[in-house]
Design a protein around this ligand. Sequence first.
Ligand code: MG
Length: 202
Amino acid sequence: MKIICIGRNYIDHAKELKNPLPTEPLFFLKPETCQLAKRMPFFIPDFTNDVHHEIELVIKIDKVGKHIAKQFAHKYYSEITVGIDFTARDIQQKCKDQGLPWEKAKSFDGAAPVGEFIPKQDINLQNLSFSLKKNNTEVQAGNSKNMIFTIDDIISYVSSFITLKKGDLIFTGTPAGVSAVNKGDELLGFIERKQLLRVLVR
Ligand code: MG
């Protein structure tokens, strides 16, 4: 399986990092070693002192597809949750400054924990709020209505370059409010009022 992540999909987050707004989806990949087993803590790697949380809506691909038309994209996933696109911001900035790929900053072990999936039926994907609490204080809050590119836009776009397979995950971008995590932090991820994700930082 592979993990596909969308960057700069919320205007407020693109602005907070002083990035230009994309005219087409920006995506990058994380390997399956970025998954974090349930109840395992997230360990900050020793090559960085500035790992940021990025809470994101995450969908799981149900079946294989390539060149998926936008109007059929909804048939390729049935569940949604939240996940954290952990990012070594110091390393990412160096990569950006030098025009280099982001893998060192984004693709380390455990850098893509995901919560419990819930069925997408019965929820309004066009107006879905989600949030992250750090040590019981809300630090990020977003709503799918503020995405620059919708989930179906993303599936259609990405599948024009890469075959999507059953079990692949797509992280759909983070809203504003990213900040550093520290050893001992407890991170809780929510869709609406329902807690779906808990990660302890070590
Ligand atoms: Mg992200």
